[in-house]
Design a protein around this ligand. Structure first.
Ligand SMILES: [Cu+2]
Length: 253
């Protein structure tokens, strides 16, 4: 094939491939959204925006609160990449759980939640992507986190345990860029809102999980050799619309 006919083929094939994608995309979404009797009460939209990987279009946050029996639509209409919608932790015994899309795609999910408590989703390709649903029983005090959480590792832990509190902290820090650690400041101050949460019937404020840690940089004991490459999909750079950087560091300096 000569160059001209290759170019012509590429020009024809490219829009066709895009059109095929678009058709498939809307088809899969339509099928899921129009599932009889399941109308989502909230939406989490997967994005390429650092921290806002699963974004509630209403609040801009990564957590939606619904009532038992309601459904959430998790959709991938605002991302350039394929993902999976996968449960990271959920309520033990909850119907239709865990959720796991085996392969990355852009297929949406409408998920119904019956049991009050916390549910966290991630993407198997990008495990830092986190989004949460709290199924809140309106008759109880505070936001229902549940009494236990089932982890994807197979372990089941009480929500009052240190590991559960660590996971809560990790979720809220990971999805709130203003809480990310900044070594230019003296201390890493993590302050959460005074939001009442209900852990196994005991109500405490999310701010009880606040902490402060010194931002001390440790000097290596022996000089480095060669180069270190730091690759991040989080970092924004002015003038670039897509996030992500690769930084080369001379380890001997
Ligand atoms: Cu992903």
């Amino acid at each position: 094939m000569n160059q001209t006919s290759f170019l012509a083929l590429a020009l024809v094939a490219f829009p066709l491939a895009n059109a095929a994608n678009a058709v498939e995309r809307s088809k899969s979404e339509d099928v899921i959204i129009s599932r009889p009797g399941v109308l989502p009460s909230a939406v989490l939209e997967m994005t390429d925006e650092p921290g806002k990987w699963f974004k509630d279009p209403k609040s801009g946050g990564s957590l939606v609160v619904i009532k038992p029996g309601q459904a959430v639509l998790i959709k991938m209409t605002d991302t350039n990449t394929d993902h999976t919608i996968t449960s990271l932790l959920w309520q033990p015994g909850a119907a239709n759980f865990p959720v796991d899309q085996e392969r990355p795609s852009n297929a949406s999910v409408t998920q119904t939640f019956d049991k009050p408590g916390l549910y966290v989703f991630t993407c198997k390709v990008h495990p830092y992507m986190l989004g949460a649903v709290v199924v809140d029983d309106p008759t109880t005090e505070g936001l229902d986190i549940g009494s236990e959480i089932q982890l994807v590792t197979g372990a089941k832990v009480p929500t009052t345990s240190d590991i559960a509190k660590k996971l809560l902290r990790t979720f809220f820090i990971g999805t709130t860029p203003t809480l990310w650690r900044d070594y230019r400041t003296r201390n890493w101050e993590v302050k959460f809102p005074d939001l009442p949460i209900n852990l196994a019937g005991s109500v405490l404020k999310l701010s009880a999980l606040n902490f402060s840690e010194p931002n001390a940089l440790l000097q290596p004991q022996s000089p480095g050799v060669g180069e270190v490459w730091v690759d991040t999909q989080f970092e924004g750079v002015s003038g670039k619309t897509k996030h992500g950087t690769a930084t080369q560091i001379d380890a001997s300096n």
